[in-house]
Design a protein around this ligand. Structure first.
Ligand code: PEP
Ligand code: MG
Length: 324
């Protein structure tokens, strides 16, 4: 599939109306990195660090982790990588960590909740990332932040890690961005201070959608009832984009939906300028974006909403047939 889009690989995802959308890729293993050049992605919008923990049978040591992150950073040849700290719990269980039997693991003790309650692994990870950056730029984001105070506590861990590194005489990143994943509706309604204090926001649409519709993302039966292009979900996304815009906070969307063509168009039409997706989706999404005008997409969406449609999908898909 990548060969098919090779001719546009080095061209920007610029729409007919002149908007430039940054297309990035999701990754989680060293083996994903070659796709960065192959797909034409501008960076790694989401690096899921838990995958490297999941494929082992014991807890990695800090030295191993920093060597690994260092290889990942080098393989990106200067392109930005947003490292997401460990998101375990929920569906991702580490064989070497004490298992917690919870009735609702996706809403249970997972991700940053574990990181803040038992900070040992989070601290090790932050230190490993700082070492791996070796004075270069670094972007780190925390998964499953649900409120301002959680972000502040997580950021405080980063501040402590920076202090420790300074004391030890290690180099600090020339530029450090500390962001949050927005994966629960609560965070969209956080105080303005959250949007001020965070360096960037990445919308984790997979989780955000499951909590917005109260529909388990692993449960086909209920998951398929709800459309990402449902008018109520789009309204939530639009609000997030507006709040980020009001505070000049960079925002991206990194859930699986970013790589689906109609979704990608609608997200861009709502104002999202960075989308992170599977490498194989970068070419097709770029191809499509280069052929449309976002004001027209927005017009079609608005008309569909005014008509009282539950989802704008049908209207946008029908319109698209005549565009490409
Ligand atoms: C998400 O929730 O959309 C996301 C990108 O994170 P994950 O799929 O790893 O939960
Ligand atoms: Mg998630």
């Amino acid at each position: 599939a990548q060969e098919r889009y090779a001719s546009i690989r080095d061209l920007p995802a610029e729409t007919k109306c002149g908007s430039v959308i940054s297309l990035q890729m999701n990754a989680g293993l060293m083996a994903d990195l070659p796709s960065l050049d192959g797909s034409g992605a501008e960076g790694v919008g989401l690096f899921r660090t838990e995958l490297q923990f999941l494929i082992r049978n014991q807890m990695p040591r800090r030295g191993e982790l920093s060597a690994l992150y260092s290889r990942v950073i080098k393989a990106a040849h200067g392109k930005r990588i947003a490292f997401r700290t460990l998101d375990i719990g929920s569906d991702k269980v580490l064989p070497y960590m004490k298992r917690n039997d919870e009735p609702n693991p996706a809403m249970g003790w997972r991700a940053i909740r574990v990181g803040l309650d038992k900070p040992g692994v989070l601290r090790m990870q932050l230190q490993a990332l700082l070492r791996a950056a070796d004075g270069g730029p670094l972007a780190v984001m925390f998964p499953f932040i649900t409120q301002l105070d959680e972000f502040r506590s997580a950021k405080a861990e980063m501040d402590k890690a920076l202090e420790r590194e300074t004391k030890l005489g290690h180099k600090l990143p020339e530029k450090l961005e500390v962001g949050a994943m927005l994966e629960t509706p609560s965070l969209a309604f956080a105080p303005d201070a959250f949007f001020e204090e965070v360096d960037f926001i990445s919308i984790g649409g997979n989780d955000l959608k499951q909590f917005f519709f109260a529909a388990d993302r692993e449960n086909e039966r209920v998951r398929k009832r709800y459309d990402t292009l449902d008018v109520s979900f789009l309204s939530l996304l639009e609000q997030i984009v507006q709040r980020c815009g009001a505070h000049d906070t960079p925002v991206s969307f990194c859930g699986e939906d970013a790589g689906r063509p109609v979704e990608a168009l609608c997200f861009a039409a709502l104002g999202l300028r960075t989308l992170s997706m599977r490498p194989a989706s970068v070419g097709p999404v770029k191809h499509l974006l280069r052929r449309v005008s976002l004001d027209e997409v927005k017009e079609v969406m608005d008309e569909s909403i005014a008509n009282g449609d539950q989802s704008v999908r049908r209207a946008v898909a029908d319109w698209l047939v005549y565009q490409v």
